[in-house]
Design a protein around this ligand. Structure first.
Ligand code: GAR
Length: 225
């Protein structure tokens, strides 16, 4: 049976659509069973409904709700769907201890920088302001250390001279659309193991050389693709 994936997202939803597209193409052996978002107006919820994801939920925080209360409420909603993997695809909220306890080593996040550089908000802005010459994206396992959990996959591109944040963000997003679905497939193949602060990827099938995968030319892809 295909890996059951719950996606949490706050925004436009292009990473969700990239996962759904790779599932449709047969490159990712998973099913997205639930999409939940903290912002009811977010495009990602419309996109999920249009793509016929079986469960789509808007879960905004309630007035006066504590962070712990929200964490518990979101965790029970997600746990009821019995996912094998929880994917944060542009979820702009800190995942709490209840969620982490419910899905140990089974929550992954995509972040628009080469971690451990540029954690936190506006990572692409941070890279441009910091004069980074190489940029990219990372998937990692979510732990209480914000954007600091074990790294799974990365892809990198050179920053162009005088490149603007918006332009670089768009090029990084194209990398995310490979890195995140590929990460889901590694889970589907049960190839991710953690040892302390590190994730290990067991050897196995690769996407390199496979037709139809939207690889970005000139990018560098880490071991595990
Ligand atoms: C992506 O660039 C993702 O890496 C970023 O939000 C964007 C969501 O785009 N996430 C973070 O910055 C997490 N701190 P999308 O809604 O089109 O998938």
């Amino acid at each position: 049976v295909a890996l059951r994936v719950a996606v949490l997202a706050s925004g436009r939803g292009s990473n969700l659509l990239a996962i759904l597209e790779r599932i449709r193409a047969g490159d990712v052996e998973a099913q997205v069973t639930l999409v939940a978002g903290d912002r009811p107006e977010a495009k990602v919820l419309e996109a999920a409904a249009r793509a016929k994801v079986p469960a789509v939920a808007a879960v905004p925080p309630e007035p006066n709700e504590t962070a712990a209360g929200y964490d518990l409420r979101l965790t029970s909603l997600v746990a009821a769907d019995k996912p094998d993997l929880v994917v944060l695809a542009g979820f702009m909220r800190i995942v709490g201890p209840a969620m982490m306890a419910a899905f140990p080593n089974r929550i992954v996040n995509v972040h628009p920088s080469l971690l451990p550089s540029f954690r936190g908000l506006r990572a692409v802005r941070q890279a441009v302001d910091g004069g980074a010459r190489v940029a990219g994206c990372t998937t990692h396992i979510v732990t209480p250390d914000l954007d600091g959990g074990p790294i799974i996959l990365q892809a990198a591109i050179p920053v162009r001279p005088d490149e603007m944040e918006e332009h670089l963000a768009r090029r990084i997003l194209a990398l995310e659309h490979l890195v995140l679905p590929r990460t889901v497939q590694l889970y589907a193949e049960r190839r991710i193991q953690t040892e302390g602060k590190r994730a290990h990827i067991k050897p196995g099938a690769s996407w390199l050389g496979r037709p139809g995968i939207p690889f970005v030319s000139g990018a560098l892809y880490s071991e595990g693709f």
